[in-house]
Design a protein around this ligand. Structure first.
Ligand code: HEC
Ligand code: HEC
Ligand code: HEC
Ligand code: HEC
Ligand code: HEC
Length: 204
């Protein structure tokens, strides 16, 4: 009986130690933003345990690697596709009637807010546990995307550094962290998914 209690206690201790080790280990493996999310409170002003310098340093490392990979890909594809700029596939394939009814006064087969989700079904988020970005929740894809072609990637109406500022001019609650990472060249979508996500504020 006594030995049973001792064993039970030891079991608990082990589980606790395992948790601490695993937790620590897992966090170590996380990217800086995830660590930041786990480690900071929601209040700006409480010193962040992951300093913005560290976030930036990791970010620049990742970006240099991504740029090198992109250059290698461009070199091997003989410049068939430009790195910037994009064309919508149904437009490029001249499937105009998938979206247009040129005989009607409106000119579109569906109202504007229902047009894009006709094909992009995975942007209709039914899972209530996910956080959905305001314009995406109402089907307003055109708030950020153009329907035919764009000089920017992913049919964006403005480039990735400018698109969010089209609406978000308000002061950030986490202003100190945001000012510093933005001043040093990170873009909003490096950390936030523009559409939806499981994490609060659709953090990646
Ligand atoms: C994915 C859907 C989609 C496809 C495919 C598409 N369009 Fe459009 N098109 C739109 C939307 C959305 C608008 C903007 C309508 C508005 O603002 O009222 C538009 C606008 C237009 C306009 C009005 C002028 C302009 O450029 O804003 C013309 C003309 C047009 N499209 C022609 C075409 C032709 C020709 C094709 C095929 C080669 C095509 N579209 C394919 C969605 C599409
Ligand atoms: C007729 C079906 C159809 C409709 C309607 C449609 N799309 Fe698409 N869209 C596609 C296809 C097909 C692709 C290419 C997907 C792929 O490459 O995996 C695509 C790709 C995209 C991409 C990615 C482009 C890139 O270069 O990364 C964006 C952004 C997009 N669509 C936005 C829209 C918006 C905004 C609307 C509404 C104005 C819309 N789509 C309506 C079929 C459609
Ligand atoms: C608030 C701006 C915004 C709105 C609204 C928005 N998008 Fe996007 N979308 C973006 C940005 C920014 C990217 C590029 C993301 C990146 O490169 O990380 C993107 C990328 C995409 C892509 C290509 C990559 C991917 O994530 O699959 C598709 C497809 C797409 N959007 C479809 C849609 C559709 C459909 C809607 C409407 C339901 C929509 N978007 C609404 C900003 C937006
Ligand atoms: C067309 C206007 C528009 C654009 C462009 C836009 N947003 Fe938003 N965003 C909104 C609206 C509306 C809300 C909902 C505000 C609310 O619920 O209080 C929102 C909410 C958010 C939230 C959640 C804020 C909260 O307190 O819950 C985040 C994070 C966010 N946007 C990030 C972005 C990012 C990143 C981009 C660029 C990819 C972007 N937004 C572009 C309109 C926009
Ligand atoms: C380095 C990663 C990072 C970048 C880059 C970033 N954010 Fe954030 N953002 C966060 C984190 C982390 C939070 C959550 C802060 C918290 O919990 O208080 C957040 C919170 C937010 C919120 C909701 C709460 C608040 O502070 O207002 C909005 C809206 C937002 N971000 C928009 C943006 C926009 C717009 C951009 C681009 C100008 C951007 N973010 C760039 C990491 C980032």
């Amino acid at each position: 009986m006594v030995s049973f209690i001792v064993m039970a206690k030891r079991g608990k201790l082990c589980a606790f130690l395992l948790l601490v080790l695993l937790g620590g280990g897992l966090l170590q493996g996380c990217d800086p933003v995830t660590r930041h999310k786990v480690l900071t409170t929601i209040f700006d002003g409480v010193p962040s345990q992951v300093p913005p310098e560290k976030i930036l340093e990791d970010y620049y490392q990742q970006r240099r690697a991504a740029e090198a990979a992109q250059q290698a890909a461009a070199a091997s594809s003989d410049g068939k596709e430009g790195i910037s700029g994009s064309r919508h596939r149904p437009y490029a394939e001249k499937k105009c009637q998938a979206c247009h009814d040129f005989t009607s006064r409106v000119g579109l087969v569906r109202p504007r807010l229902e047009l894009c989700i006709m094909c992009h079904r995975d942007f209709v988020v039914k899972d209530k546990s996910l956080n959905v970005h305001g314009p995406v929740a109402v089907g307003d894809c055109s708030a950020c995307h153009l329907p035919h072609t764009s000089p920017h990637k992913a049919l964006l109406e403005r480039n990735e550094t400018e698109i969010c500022g089209k609406c978000h001019q308000e002061r950030r609650q986490a202003a100190r962290m945001h000012d510093r990472v933005i001043d040093r060249g990170m873009t909003c979508v490096d950390c936030h998914d523009p559409h939806y996500g499981a994490a609060r504020y659709f953090l990646k």
